[in-house]
Design a protein around this ligand. Structure first.
Ligand code: ATP
Length: 604
């Protein structure tokens, strides 16, 4: 039995190792690199010293980098130094470290560490085994003969012992429940005498007595549920392998077991339930003009139409002002119809391409940036025109309507500005609701020389179609007793409209905003949480409270996430599910399961 147990352990270790290797192959570390002045999307292993790498929040540093540009950069170096508090990095030159203390090198981002906040650019100074991480690995190899071979093993072994232990805990109860009836069954059905008879028959047939003894003992032992943990472990290991084939990577074996008990799935909207392929379809200017946009994808095929007339370039001042703000306050790049950056921003660049205004992005020099975050829900840049740098700097701001309108005191009307009245706000709010109710993701735009006194420019509506097959997956889950909840940063109208299309939100369903979650105490939220289908304008921090309140009422919760700040909720959930494509490395690290294609159906 012991040998069999060991054999199973080794098999499981091998399987786990293989799954992790598989994980590396399916979701290889990638990075953004500038080569010959062009931003490229590369695999981390393709980097060479001298390359320029762009880092942004949530990414794993792909090589050792000497930073020459850093904006609010804070890096988690715990994998290297054990220090869990993220440390601030700068681009300022530092005196050479003489004591070998790497934590003092604040202008170097080390390979394998995680960007917790901010943005930066750096030159590759070490890759792979020639990096600081590689040095540590080489030291470990040199430490003891065969040590490296064993390091991987105890890591997995530890995990597997844990797995065996976790399973044992649950199995223990089952075993104690089963033991007595099985014993009675054994005596009642005469399993012991039967194994004795089988042994005798074999011996009389001329079989070797020791072989027959082993068979007899195995037969008797097999009837006792002590073998159950092994059976369960093998079954779970097979489950893990089957799930890898279905593009879901399970990092811990018992998760397969938890997955089968899961009765609530909390899912993001963008990219999981929807395709995350954004296209601007509608424009509303602050002076009341509407325009439709044709074409799909990240390219210039399509037109902006107003009353059937094509709008191009600067032919309509109010529209071109919105396009300018969307284009300048933007980090995305479209090259050869391929998007590098966020899909929401890609949709705005595609809009500018359709208007022939994409060149505007290069016409300004960025002095300052307040980056987008899911908590904040807006982004701003302060820029000056490249050819008129003596002129005052201008802010271009874009984001959720409620956030942008707070900064505005006037609105654009045919190129001039008018004071923002209560009626105007009502009108903008109404237009925003119309677009949202049609399932569009709404972005608002403003510009001006002072953040507290901006001029409102208008709104765009972006379509992000539901993923194929999600509606059917949701229906199957609901009919099998699994509740599906949407947690999104988007507005109520957009969230409810998409949820209704997917069959999630039906008559009598309820929705709750992130602010309401904040205001409610934990007990109150626990009382109503099961009835809520859509959580809108929610931030990552709300996810944690929602998970806890669901668990408080006995739910087994699977929670999806992609951003850095989702990591805490993913850890708290019974099953944390990260997105393989759009998920940040931080979030993949925290998750129990990774959906390679970001596809909600895979959970089913
Ligand atoms: P989910 O949480 O389901 O992924 P989401 O993608 O809608 O939903 P966020 O990305 O947090 O959630 O976006 C919330 C809101 O912030 C959006 O409705 C939009 O108004 C605004 N927004 C989204 N992306 C940007 C961006 N790049 N710049 C400025 N504002 C943005």
């Amino acid at each position: 039995m012991r040998q069999f147990d060991d054999a199973v352990s080794i098999t499981v270790e091998y399987r786990s190792e293989k799954s992790l290797e598989e994980l590396g192959k399916l979701v290889p570390p990638e990075c953004h690199c500038v080569r010959e002045g062009r931003l490229e999307h590369l695999l981390a292993r393709e980097l060479v010293p001298g390359d320029t790498v762009c880092l942004s929040v949530g990414e794993r540093v792909p090589a050792d980098l000497r930073l020459f540009e850093a904006m609010d950069l804070s890096v988690d170096e715990s994998s290297l130094t054990g220090e869990t508090t993220p440390c601030t990095k700068t681009s300022a030159p530092q005196p050479a470290a003489t004591n070998g203390d790497i934590t003092s090198r604040s202008n170097i981002a080390f390979m394998g560490t995680l960007v917790r906040c901010g943005k930066a650019k750096g030159i590759v100074i070490g890759t792979g085994e020639n990096s600081e991480f590689g040095e540590v690995f080489k030291m470990m190899q040199a430490e003891e003969h065969g040590f490296a071979g064993k390091t991987a093993l105890p890591l997995f072994l530890r995990d597997n012992r844990l797995v065996m232990h976790t399973i044992s805990l649950k199995m223990q109860t089952l075993i104690s429940v089963l033991s007595y009836p099985v014993f009675v069954l054994c005596v009642g059905t005469n399993i012991f005498p039967i194994s004795g008879v089988i042994m005798m028959v074999g011996w009389l047939q001329g079989k070797y007595i020791l072989d027959m003894f082993t068979i007899g003992v195995s037969l008797a032992v097999a009837a006792i549920p002590e073998g159950l943990p092994i059976v369960v472990t093998v079954t779970l290991a097979l489950g893990v392998m089957r799930m890898v084939k279905k593009r879901a990577i399970v990092k811990k074996l018992p998760i397969v077991e938890t997955l089968s008990c899961c009765n609530v799935i909390c899912s993001d909207k963008t990219g999981t339930l929807t395709k995350n392929e954004m296209t601007v379809t509608h424009l509303f200017t602050s002076d009341g003009q509407h325009a439709e946009v044709t074409g799909v994808g990240y390219n210039n095929s399509g037109e902006v139409l107003m009353d059937g007339e094509v709008v191009h370039g600067f032919s309509n001042t109010s529209i071109s002002k919105i396009v300018e703000a969307g284009c300048v306050c933007n980090d995305a790049v479209i090259r050869s119809n391929t998007l590098m950056g966020r899909p929401t921003e890609g949709a705005l660049i595609a809009l500018a391409m359709k208007m022939g205004l994409e060149g505007l992005q290069q016409e300004f020099v960025r002095l300052e940036e307040i980056p987008f975050s899911s908590e904040q829900k807006w982004m701003a840049v302060r820029v000056v025109h490249r050819t008129q740098q003596d002129k005052p700097a201008v802010f271009f701001v874009k984001g959720a309507y409620e956030q942008i309108i707070r900064f505005c005191t006037s609105y654009n009307s045919k190129g001039g500005t008018l004071p923002l009245t209560h009626q105007q706000r009502e009108l903008f709010q109404q237009q925003k609701s119309y677009m949202g109710t049609a399932g569009l993701r709404v972005l608002a735009f403003a510009s001006g020389s002072e953040m507290g006194a901006l001029t409102f420019l208008g709104l765009v509506g972006i379509i992000d179609p539901p993923r194929a097959g999600v509606k059917e997956a949701v229906a199957t889950l609901i009919s099998s007793g699994v509740a599906v909840k949407m947690i999104t940063g988007d507005s109520q109208e957009t969230a409810v409209s998409i949820a209704s299309r997917l069959g999630l939100y039906t008559k009598g369903s309820q929705s709750l905003s992130g602010d309401e979650v904040d205001q409610m105490d934990f007990q109150h939220l626990s009382q109503i949480v099961l009835r809520i289908v859509v959580f809108y304008r929610a931030s990552p921090r709300h996810k944690l409270k929602i998970v806890k309140s669901l668990q408080n009422v006995g739910a087994v919760v699977a929670m999806t996430g992609d951003g850095v700040n989702d990591a805490v909720a993913l850890k708290a959930a019974d099953i944390g599910v990260a997105m393989g494509q759009t998920g940040t490395d931080v979030c993949k690290e925290a998750a129990d399961m990774i959906l390679v294609d970001d596809d909600f159906q895979t959970i089913l």
